[in-house]
Design a protein around this ligand. Structure first.
Ligand code: UDP
Length: 236
């Protein structure tokens, strides 16, 4: 029997893909893709992409749109990011499959977890688009759920502009410091919101470890994939 390789679930925020503006910045996505393609030679990598560079349902609904419809727009944004990432990963030499939680068979496979696992075993990167296909969910929570369903070893949450979980909100409390480790329980009780509370509680209940780390400096995504200790480790 061959030894099972490390398998990770990487969550990439959509905001990063835009490089600070609406849409996809090819330079940014290209650089992220090259890091992932290199690290994915030794590790099985599944990815959930966010969509914050296009739409966030909660924000659109605050400005008058129906929440469910706005959330579907948000999910469609994640599919565009998934396709962009697929393209740049392939250019970097990786084999990639995109699976979508909303059926759109011309551009992506449907979400079939067993097939996703088979792709991973064959060394393909799998990108999950369209979130969970359900309004009122976030892609952080989807990353936790997919990680559990495909038996990943860890969820790696790559953040834009923050390098881990802090003892308090660093924007409001200058005395806040970065934590190397924290329990889900503490993160939830103290309201440390760098990752959604639903994602934290799903991982806590199912003992799935999570690493929260910053995308910067360059190389961090590859480090996290390889299992180097960066950012904050959140565990049950
Ligand atoms: N979304 C959703 N259900 C899901 C995943 C995402 O409704 O299962 C919508 C939601 O409107 C969300 C948007 O898609 O605001 C983009 O996802 P997210 O905000 O998680 O992206 P990120 O902040 O990671 O870029």
């Amino acid at each position: 029997m061959t030894e099972r390789r490390r398998r990770v679930m990487l969550k990439l925020s959509g905001e990063a893909f835009g490089g600070g503006s609406l849409g996809v910045n090819p330079d940014v996505v290209g650089a992220i893709a090259r890091e992932i393609a290199e690290a994915a030679k030794d590790v099985e990598v599944a990815i959930v992409v966010g969509g914050g560079n296009f739409f966030r349902g909660a924000e659109l609904s605050q400005r008058g749109m129906d929440r469910g419809r706005a959330d579907y727009m948000g999910m469609l944004g994640t599919v565009m990011n998934a396709l962009a990432l697929q393209d740049f990963l392939e250019q970097a030499g990786a084999q990639v499959r995109v699976q979508s939680a909303i059926q759109m068979t011309q551009v992506a496979e449907p979400y079939i977890p067993l097939r996703a696992e088979r792709h991973l075993e064959k060394g393909r990167v799998v990108i999950f688009g369209a979130g969970a296909g359900l309004p009122y969910f976030s892609t952080d929570t989807v990353a936790a759920q997919r990680a559990l369903e495909i038996s990943a070893d860890e969820v790696l949450v790559a953040k834009n502009g923050v390098d881990g979980v802090y003892s308090d909100d660093p924007r409001r409390n200058p005395g806040a410091h970065k934590l190397d480790e924290v329990s889900y329980q503490d993160a939830l009780v103290k309201g440390l919101k760098v990752v959604d509370s639903t994602a934290f509680s799903l991982c806590m209940d199912n003992r799935m470890p999570m690493i929260v780390f910053g995308m910067e400096p360059q190389g961090n995504i590859a480090r996290a994939i390889r299992g180097e200790r960066i950012g904050t480790r959140v565990s049950a």
